[in-house]
Design a protein around this ligand. Sequence first.
Ligand SMILES: Nc1ncnc2c1ncn2[C@@H]1O[C@H](COP(=O)(O)OP(=O)(O)OP(=O)(O)O)[C@@H](O)[C@H]1O
Ligand SMILES: [Mg+2]
Length: 372
Amino acid sequence: MTKITLSGVNKSFGANFPVIRGVDLTIDDGEFCVFLGPSGCGKSTLLRMVAGLETAYTGQIQIGDRVVDKVEPADREVAMVFQNYALYPHMTVYDNMAFGLRQAKTAKDEIERRVKEAARILQIEPLLDRMPKALSGGQRQRVAIGRAIVRQPKVFLFDEPLSNLDAALRVHMRSEIATLHRNFPAASMIYVTHDQTEAMALADKIVLLHAGKDMLKHGSIAQVGKPLDLYHRPRNLFVAGFLGSPTMNFLEASFVAQEPAGARVVLKGGEEIVVPVDGSALASGAPVTLGVRPEHLAPVAAPGAQTLTRKVSAVEHFGEYSFVYLDGGTPAPLIAKVPGDGGVKAGDSATYQAPADCCHLFDADGLALNHI
Ligand SMILES: Nc1ncnc2c1ncn2[C@@H]1O[C@H](COP(=O)(O)OP(=O)(O)OP(=O)(O)O)[C@@H](O)[C@H]1O
Ligand SMILES: [Mg+2]
């Protein structure tokens, strides 16, 4: 049993600085859970609380059947991999990996068996006699992961393990971490990152933490769910704006009326759009925000489709696709991500279709209205 449960967890640094607010969360047996959010939202703090490295919090943390709030880090059966690898510079790769087991008085041949097995899994067998300074960043990261594997933990905790690597190596190591998860199906994993691509690629479950101007929400959970649930059905403006690149377009609008097909809204530009959501709780004229992702704005409008027509302010070409910047977003320009060169240039008027199911509507509190 490696299910992890956090119940009503709060933590402050000092009396007036809450960093984690009211976190209720279950990470299932063998699940790959990613803590995601902007810098400073409390991801590392929450992870370190599971590891036992941060104490003085309220609420309860359970690993398996055991409440671990008073259990020392070494006795929690968790292993943590840090961003900066934290290898011992004066020890060989073998000794770095064996160190924790020697401390735990594991038998010598058992240590050798486990180190060699981890080295095999991570393909670092030829490096066992090297010192850390003679390794590349990716190899050091593998050693750091190897050091976690040999401990045969029930829970792997990763804090931004790939952020010191270059872009190509990050993608490579990301797939190795996914493989590692397949090799240890019984172990639960919590992986901290601020990189949404990494989160989308790896996670069974994403926990997105709030940060930003609204200090009352800072460090609370904005949404928990499968990656594509967060992408397709963000529960609020924060989640909608955080996931996706470029970020979701937001347009100010007013609610007109609820119709069988959805909520009719009128945009600042005068266009009316029906979004298939339940807006029946809204008063006529209530301010709302329409959200639509750049990749969902399609250049070819089918007959009868709901369209947006705007002036093109700039176009960026990337070969496979282009970003077309359009006047009239709030506060940033609208962006359409379109195939090829987009077929338009600055100064043109361009019309895009927004498929109804890919439109989102948020009320004045920033909460998404439910799709119908
Ligand atoms: N020991 C500490 N004392 C006081 N404040 C702290 C301490 N550790 C972290 N903080 C603050 O708590 C908040 C959350 O920090 P944390 O390191 O958990 O963020 P994070 O989401 O991991 O950010 P990053 O992506 O930059 O690593 C930050 O505002 C940070 O400055
Ligand atoms: Mg951090």
